[in-house]
Design a protein around this ligand. Structure first.
Ligand code: ADE
Ligand code: ZN
Length: 326
């Protein structure tokens, strides 16, 4: 039994982090860039720990140099997602990797991604979340926010924060999140993947996000768990990522079910699937095996995800119609 063909919604992916290794390898070859250090003998990405993962991630972005590269990347990633039954996805993209935070350059990259998404829209719907790279610091974050607010549209609907969680505090990015909120963008931030409940709490208080990326370490603070449930803050939980990066030791120890039982809106995503040897099919299959999830649980996870999706009501309605076929 596999859930490969069960329709799925996923809210938390990184576009570059979803790049198939073969795609990056062949783009690097075209551009004479030596990336042999980031691949193992089987052709997969290799890294030792989270800090090294971020370095390998940035190296994998090196061959992605033009809007056309991002067009091809978006196409390749959406074909892969769709092959796992994903009918709606959201993806983090950073102006830092698309023209270094320059609005004029970013506009062309974004248009290329949107074109690829449009061409795949009969199969899968994609929305983009312009994302601060936390370790690039609060000043670069303001450039990211400027790029986001000047180009937001029906495709670029969200604003986010990713990167090394232990660098800087959430409040350092409040200016950028204020800009995005005032422009009417949806907001999410990685927190509680590496940081403790204090990081999640500060992220809610100071960045006023609707969703939290990961958020799993909130589980150690019952008051915070109650707050997440009460305020309906959706967690973008990525179990396979947590296991491979060793944020959590074993699948059996993952707090996803504890959080669900506490009434927290929980969703499931892959984060950076080829890096973590995962897919949405593998996530569903593991949840079925470890926690005994069945069709009803997956329908509930999908409904939580589409309710919290950064898209308009017409899109939600169309996605729900596809989900009903499950
Ligand atoms: N960027 C890509 N994947 C990430 C993760 N799991 N945490 C933080 N930043 C990331
Ligand atoms: Zn992530």
């Amino acid at each position: 039994m596999t859930y490969q063909h069960f329709p799925k919604v996923e809210l938390h992916t990184h576009l570059e982090g979803s790049a198939p290794p073969d795609f990056i390898r062949s783009l690097a070859r075209e551009k004479n860039i030596d990336l042999s250090r980031i691949f193992n003998d089987d052709g997969g990405y290799i890294f030792r720990d989270f800090a090294h993962f971020l370095k390998v991630y940035e190296a994998a972005c090196e061959p992605l140099q033009t809007p056309q590269d991002f067009y091809r990347l978006t196409k390749a990633v959406l074909e892969e997602f769709a092959s796992h039954g994903v009918v709606y996805a959201e993806t983090f993209v950073s102006p830092d990797f698309c023209g270094g935070g320059d609005v004029v350059k970013w506009r062309d990259y974004l248009a290329a991604m949107e074109q690829a998404a449009d061409e795949m829209s009969g199969t899968i719907t994609l929305k983009a979340i312009a994302t601060i790279i936390r370790h690039a610091g609060p000043e670069q974050a303001k450039r990211t926010a400027r790029c986001a607010v000047e180009t937001q549209n029906g495709f670029l609907t969200g604003f986010g924060l990713a990167g090394a969680e232990m660098m800087h505090r959430p409040g350092d990015f409040a200016y950028s999140f204020d800009m995005a909120r005032e422009a009417g963008m949806h907001l999410t931030a990685h927190a509680g993947e590496w940081g403790g409940p204090d990081m999640v709490q500060e992220t809610l208080d100071l960045l006023k996000v609707e969703r939290v990326g990961h958020g799993v370490n909130a589980v150690t603070d019952p008051d915070l768990v109650a707050r997440l449930a009460e305020e309906g803050i959706t967690l973008e939980v990525c179990p396979g990522s947590n296991i491979v990066l060793r944020a959590i030791d074993r699948w059996e120890d993952h707090p996803i079910q504890t959080l669900r039982e506490a009434g927290v809106p929980v969703t499931v995503s892959t984060d950076d699937p080829p890096f973590f040897h995962t897919t949405m099919t593998a996530e569903y299959d593991s949840l079925a095996r470890v926690f005994g999830y069945g069709d009803d649980d997956f329908r509930a996870l999908n409904e939580t995800a589409i309710a919290a999706a950064f898209c308009d009501d017409a899109t939600k309605k169309a996605v729900r119609a596809r989900l009903e076929k499950a």
